[in-house]
Design a protein around this ligand. Structure first.
Ligand code: NCD
Length: 304
Protein backbone atom coordinates (compact mmCIF):
# COMPACT_ATOMS: atom_id res chain seq x y z
CA UNK A 1 0.00 0.00 0.00
CA UNK A 2 2.99 2.30 0.38
CA UNK A 3 5.47 1.16 -2.22
CA UNK A 4 7.03 4.15 -3.99
CA UNK A 5 4.82 6.71 -2.23
CA UNK A 6 6.10 10.05 -0.96
CA UNK A 7 5.74 10.93 2.74
CA UNK A 8 5.16 14.67 2.98
CA UNK A 9 2.56 15.28 5.69
CA UNK A 10 0.82 13.19 8.33
CA UNK A 11 -2.40 14.32 6.62
CA UNK A 12 -1.55 11.95 3.76
CA UNK A 13 -2.09 8.93 6.06
CA UNK A 14 -5.17 7.05 7.20
CA UNK A 15 -5.29 5.74 10.77
CA UNK A 16 -4.95 2.18 9.43
CA UNK A 17 -1.76 3.15 7.58
CA UNK A 18 -0.25 4.74 10.68
CA UNK A 19 -1.18 1.69 12.78
CA UNK A 20 0.49 -0.52 10.19
CA UNK A 21 3.73 1.52 10.29
CA UNK A 22 3.76 1.42 14.11
CA UNK A 23 3.28 -2.36 14.11
CA UNK A 24 6.13 -2.77 11.60
CA UNK A 25 8.32 -0.59 13.84
CA UNK A 26 7.58 -2.88 16.79
CA UNK A 27 8.68 -5.89 14.72
CA UNK A 28 11.93 -4.11 13.86
CA UNK A 29 12.95 -3.04 17.37
CA UNK A 30 15.47 -5.86 17.88
CA UNK A 31 17.05 -5.00 14.53
CA UNK A 32 17.11 -1.33 15.54
CA UNK A 33 19.05 -2.30 18.66
CA UNK A 34 21.46 -4.40 16.62
CA UNK A 35 20.46 -7.62 18.42
CA UNK A 36 19.37 -9.09 15.08
CA UNK A 37 20.72 -8.33 11.64
CA UNK A 38 18.94 -7.97 8.32
CA UNK A 39 19.74 -7.38 4.66
CA UNK A 40 16.22 -6.41 3.71
CA UNK A 41 17.39 -3.22 2.00
CA UNK A 42 20.70 -4.43 0.61
CA UNK A 43 21.44 -2.79 -2.71
CA UNK A 44 19.23 0.20 -1.85
CA UNK A 45 20.59 3.73 -1.40
CA UNK A 46 19.11 6.53 0.71
CA UNK A 47 20.13 10.12 -0.05
CA UNK A 48 20.00 12.28 3.08
CA UNK A 49 19.67 15.90 1.85
CA UNK A 50 19.81 18.39 4.72
CA UNK A 51 19.62 22.12 4.06
CA UNK A 52 19.07 22.77 7.78
CA UNK A 53 20.88 21.45 10.86
CA UNK A 54 19.90 18.02 12.16
CA UNK A 55 21.30 15.44 14.53
CA UNK A 56 18.65 12.86 15.32
CA UNK A 57 16.68 12.87 12.12
CA UNK A 58 19.66 12.55 9.81
CA UNK A 59 21.57 10.04 11.94
CA UNK A 60 18.56 7.87 12.68
CA UNK A 61 17.64 7.71 8.98
CA UNK A 62 21.23 6.70 8.31
CA UNK A 63 21.30 4.07 11.05
CA UNK A 64 17.87 2.76 10.00
CA UNK A 65 19.08 2.25 6.44
CA UNK A 66 22.37 0.65 7.52
CA UNK A 67 20.76 -1.68 10.06
CA UNK A 68 18.67 -3.03 7.17
CA UNK A 69 21.72 -3.54 4.97
CA UNK A 70 21.22 -0.43 2.81
CA UNK A 71 23.64 2.36 1.90
CA UNK A 72 23.49 6.11 2.50
CA UNK A 73 24.79 9.17 0.69
CA UNK A 74 24.66 12.51 2.48
CA UNK A 75 24.52 16.21 1.89
CA UNK A 76 24.61 17.80 5.30
CA UNK A 77 26.46 21.00 4.46
CA UNK A 78 24.95 22.32 1.21
CA UNK A 79 27.64 25.03 1.21
CA UNK A 80 30.15 22.35 0.19
CA UNK A 81 28.08 21.30 -2.85
CA UNK A 82 26.91 22.89 -6.10
CA UNK A 83 24.20 24.62 -4.05
CA UNK A 84 27.00 27.10 -3.21
CA UNK A 85 27.41 27.69 -6.97
CA UNK A 86 23.75 28.63 -7.17
CA UNK A 87 22.22 25.29 -8.19
CA UNK A 88 18.50 25.29 -7.44
CA UNK A 89 16.67 22.63 -5.45
CA UNK A 90 14.84 21.38 -8.54
CA UNK A 91 18.06 20.49 -10.35
CA UNK A 92 19.59 19.00 -7.21
CA UNK A 93 16.54 16.76 -6.74
CA UNK A 94 16.54 15.71 -10.41
CA UNK A 95 20.18 14.64 -10.21
CA UNK A 96 20.18 13.11 -6.74
CA UNK A 97 17.05 11.08 -7.49
CA UNK A 98 18.92 9.48 -10.37
CA UNK A 99 21.65 8.42 -7.91
CA UNK A 100 19.52 6.72 -5.25
CA UNK A 101 16.32 4.83 -4.39
CA UNK A 102 14.83 7.21 -1.83
CA UNK A 103 15.47 10.77 -0.57
CA UNK A 104 15.02 12.23 2.92
CA UNK A 105 14.90 16.02 2.51
CA UNK A 106 15.09 18.74 5.15
CA UNK A 107 14.74 22.31 3.93
CA UNK A 108 14.05 25.70 5.54
CA UNK A 109 11.20 26.50 3.11
CA UNK A 110 7.71 25.27 3.90
CA UNK A 111 6.45 23.24 0.94
CA UNK A 112 9.94 22.34 -0.34
CA UNK A 113 9.38 18.58 -0.02
CA UNK A 114 5.99 18.70 -1.72
CA UNK A 115 7.60 20.68 -4.55
CA UNK A 116 10.46 18.15 -4.77
CA UNK A 117 7.99 15.33 -5.47
CA UNK A 118 7.29 16.87 -8.89
CA UNK A 119 10.93 16.46 -9.93
CA UNK A 120 12.01 13.28 -8.18
CA UNK A 121 11.98 9.85 -9.78
CA UNK A 122 12.18 8.23 -6.31
CA UNK A 123 10.09 8.61 -3.12
CA UNK A 124 10.67 11.79 -1.10
CA UNK A 125 10.40 11.72 2.69
CA UNK A 126 9.87 15.13 4.23
CA UNK A 127 12.42 15.31 7.05
CA UNK A 128 11.16 18.79 8.02
CA UNK A 129 10.13 21.69 5.76
CA UNK A 130 10.53 25.03 7.55
CA UNK A 131 7.58 25.64 9.85
CA UNK A 132 5.53 23.10 7.89
CA UNK A 133 5.55 19.39 8.71
CA UNK A 134 7.77 16.61 10.03
CA UNK A 135 5.81 13.38 9.48
CA UNK A 136 8.43 10.82 10.53
CA UNK A 137 8.95 12.68 13.83
CA UNK A 138 5.21 12.30 14.38
CA UNK A 139 5.36 8.58 13.69
CA UNK A 140 8.03 8.13 16.34
CA UNK A 141 6.07 10.36 18.72
CA UNK A 142 3.00 8.16 18.20
CA UNK A 143 5.11 5.06 18.69
CA UNK A 144 6.37 6.47 22.00
CA UNK A 145 2.83 7.28 23.13
CA UNK A 146 1.68 3.80 22.10
CA UNK A 147 4.46 2.21 24.15
CA UNK A 148 2.98 4.04 27.16
CA UNK A 149 -0.45 2.57 26.33
CA UNK A 150 -1.84 6.04 26.01
CA UNK A 151 -2.65 6.30 22.32
CA UNK A 152 -6.35 5.47 22.57
CA UNK A 153 -7.57 7.98 25.14
CA UNK A 154 -4.81 10.53 25.16
CA UNK A 155 -4.88 13.92 26.84
CA UNK A 156 -1.78 15.77 25.70
CA UNK A 157 -0.43 19.29 26.17
CA UNK A 158 1.60 20.64 23.24
CA UNK A 159 3.76 23.34 24.79
CA UNK A 160 5.97 26.13 23.49
CA UNK A 161 6.35 27.20 19.89
CA UNK A 162 3.12 26.06 18.29
CA UNK A 163 3.35 28.64 15.52
CA UNK A 164 6.62 27.62 13.89
CA UNK A 165 6.94 24.12 15.36
CA UNK A 166 6.57 21.62 12.53
CA UNK A 167 6.63 18.67 14.92
CA UNK A 168 3.50 19.86 16.72
CA UNK A 169 1.72 20.68 13.45
CA UNK A 170 2.24 17.13 12.19
CA UNK A 171 1.47 15.58 15.57
CA UNK A 172 -1.79 17.50 16.08
CA UNK A 173 -3.13 16.33 12.71
CA UNK A 174 -2.17 12.72 13.36
CA UNK A 175 -3.70 12.74 16.86
CA UNK A 176 -6.97 13.92 15.36
CA UNK A 177 -7.28 10.34 14.02
CA UNK A 178 -7.00 8.89 17.55
CA UNK A 179 -9.63 10.94 19.38
CA UNK A 180 -7.04 12.70 21.55
CA UNK A 181 -7.88 15.78 23.58
CA UNK A 182 -5.35 18.50 22.72
CA UNK A 183 -4.24 21.27 25.08
CA UNK A 184 -2.32 24.01 23.27
CA UNK A 185 -0.04 25.98 25.61
CA UNK A 186 1.96 28.80 24.05
CA UNK A 187 2.74 32.50 24.35
CA UNK A 188 0.13 34.66 22.53
CA UNK A 189 2.62 35.32 19.72
CA UNK A 190 3.28 31.61 19.12
CA UNK A 191 -0.24 30.17 19.06
CA UNK A 192 -1.18 27.23 16.89
CA UNK A 193 -2.04 28.68 13.44
CA UNK A 194 -5.78 29.28 12.92
CA UNK A 195 -5.79 27.25 9.72
CA UNK A 196 -4.61 24.14 11.60
CA UNK A 197 -7.05 24.75 14.46
CA UNK A 198 -9.93 25.02 11.98
CA UNK A 199 -8.93 21.74 10.35
CA UNK A 200 -8.76 20.03 13.75
CA UNK A 201 -12.11 21.40 14.89
CA UNK A 202 -13.65 20.29 11.60
CA UNK A 203 -12.23 16.80 12.29
CA UNK A 204 -14.06 16.86 15.64
CA UNK A 205 -11.01 17.33 17.87
CA UNK A 206 -11.52 18.66 21.38
CA UNK A 207 -9.08 21.59 21.81
CA UNK A 208 -8.26 23.79 24.79
CA UNK A 209 -5.90 26.78 24.51
CA UNK A 210 -4.06 28.72 27.19
CA UNK A 211 -0.87 30.65 27.79
CA UNK A 212 -0.46 29.06 31.23
CA UNK A 213 0.78 25.50 31.65
CA UNK A 214 -0.51 25.42 35.22
CA UNK A 215 -4.07 25.61 33.86
CA UNK A 216 -3.76 22.09 32.45
CA UNK A 217 -0.86 20.27 34.04
CA UNK A 218 -3.06 18.18 36.32
CA UNK A 219 -5.35 17.14 33.47
CA UNK A 220 -2.93 15.66 30.96
CA UNK A 221 -1.14 12.34 30.45
CA UNK A 222 1.65 13.75 28.29
CA UNK A 223 3.55 17.04 28.33
CA UNK A 224 4.99 17.49 24.83
CA UNK A 225 7.57 20.26 25.17
CA UNK A 226 9.07 22.08 22.21
CA UNK A 227 11.96 24.44 21.72
CA UNK A 228 11.21 28.07 20.97
CA UNK A 229 12.92 28.24 17.59
CA UNK A 230 15.12 31.28 17.36
CA UNK A 231 15.94 30.65 13.70
CA UNK A 232 12.30 31.03 12.59
CA UNK A 233 11.77 34.51 14.04
CA UNK A 234 11.95 37.30 11.45
CA UNK A 235 12.85 39.70 14.32
CA UNK A 236 15.28 38.57 17.09
CA UNK A 237 13.74 40.98 19.63
CA UNK A 238 10.46 39.06 19.26
CA UNK A 239 12.38 35.86 20.09
CA UNK A 240 13.86 37.45 23.21
CA UNK A 241 10.36 38.38 24.43
CA UNK A 242 9.17 34.76 24.47
CA UNK A 243 12.36 32.73 25.05
CA UNK A 244 12.24 30.93 28.37
CA UNK A 245 8.45 31.23 28.79
CA UNK A 246 7.97 27.61 29.87
CA UNK A 247 10.16 25.40 31.97
CA UNK A 248 9.47 21.95 33.36
CA UNK A 249 11.02 21.46 36.76
CA UNK A 250 10.73 18.70 39.34
CA UNK A 251 8.71 21.21 41.39
CA UNK A 252 6.17 21.60 38.60
CA UNK A 253 6.04 17.82 38.11
CA UNK A 254 4.90 17.42 41.72
CA UNK A 255 1.54 18.73 40.44
CA UNK A 256 1.20 15.70 38.16
CA UNK A 257 3.65 12.97 39.16
CA UNK A 258 2.35 10.59 36.46
CA UNK A 259 2.92 12.96 33.53
CA UNK A 260 5.02 11.57 30.69
CA UNK A 261 7.38 14.20 29.28
CA UNK A 262 8.21 14.11 25.61
CA UNK A 263 10.30 16.47 23.47
CA UNK A 264 11.39 16.13 19.83
CA UNK A 265 14.78 17.59 20.91
CA UNK A 266 17.05 19.51 20.81
CA UNK A 267 16.07 21.05 24.14
CA UNK A 268 17.51 24.26 25.50
CA UNK A 269 16.39 25.37 28.95
CA UNK A 270 12.71 24.41 28.71
CA UNK A 271 13.36 21.26 30.77
CA UNK A 272 15.44 21.51 33.97
CA UNK A 273 18.48 19.20 33.91
CA UNK A 274 17.38 17.15 36.95
CA UNK A 275 14.13 16.23 35.15
CA UNK A 276 16.28 14.08 32.82
CA UNK A 277 16.81 11.67 35.72
CA UNK A 278 13.11 11.30 36.58
CA UNK A 279 10.89 8.42 35.49
CA UNK A 280 8.71 11.02 33.76
CA UNK A 281 11.33 11.88 31.14
CA UNK A 282 10.79 9.89 27.97
CA UNK A 283 12.60 12.05 25.40
CA UNK A 284 15.78 10.00 25.13
CA UNK A 285 13.84 6.78 24.55
CA UNK A 286 11.63 8.72 22.16
CA UNK A 287 14.73 9.72 20.16
CA UNK A 288 15.83 6.06 20.03
CA UNK A 289 12.44 5.09 18.59
CA UNK A 290 13.39 7.18 15.56
CA UNK A 291 15.39 4.17 14.44
CA UNK A 292 12.74 1.39 14.40
CA UNK A 293 10.14 3.82 13.09
CA UNK A 294 12.36 5.03 10.24
CA UNK A 295 13.34 1.42 9.51
CA UNK A 296 9.62 0.70 9.15
CA UNK A 297 9.09 3.68 6.86
CA UNK A 298 12.09 2.88 4.65
CA UNK A 299 11.26 -0.80 4.34
CA UNK A 300 7.62 -0.12 3.55
CA UNK A 301 8.46 2.47 0.88
CA UNK A 302 11.18 0.36 -0.70
CA UNK A 303 9.28 -2.92 -0.66
CA UNK A 304 9.93 -4.88 -3.78
C1 NCD B 1 12.81 19.20 15.52
C2 NCD B 1 12.83 19.77 14.11
O1 NCD B 1 13.86 19.80 13.46
O2 NCD B 1 11.75 20.17 13.69
N1 NCD B 1 13.86 18.35 15.78
C3 NCD B 1 13.83 17.05 15.34
O3 NCD B 1 13.71 16.76 14.17
N2 NCD B 1 13.91 16.10 16.26
C4 NCD B 1 12.54 20.20 16.56
C5 NCD B 1 13.43 21.40 16.68
O4 NCD B 1 14.33 21.65 15.89
O5 NCD B 1 13.22 22.14 17.67
Amino acid sequence: MFARRHIISTRDFTKEEIDYILSRAAELELYARGSKTSDLLSGKILANLYYEPSTRTRLSFEVAMKRLGGEVINISSPETTSVAKGENLVDTIRIVSSYCDIIALRHPKEGASRMATSFSTVPIINAGDGAGHHPTQTLLDLYTIQQEQLLDSLRIALIGDLKYGRTVHSLAYALSLYGAKLFFISPEALRMPDEIKMDLIEAGVDIFESTDLRDVIKEVDVLYMTRIQRERFPDPTEYNKVAGTYRITTGLLAENPRAVIMHPLPKLDEIAADVDETANARYFTQAFYGIPVRMAVLSILLER
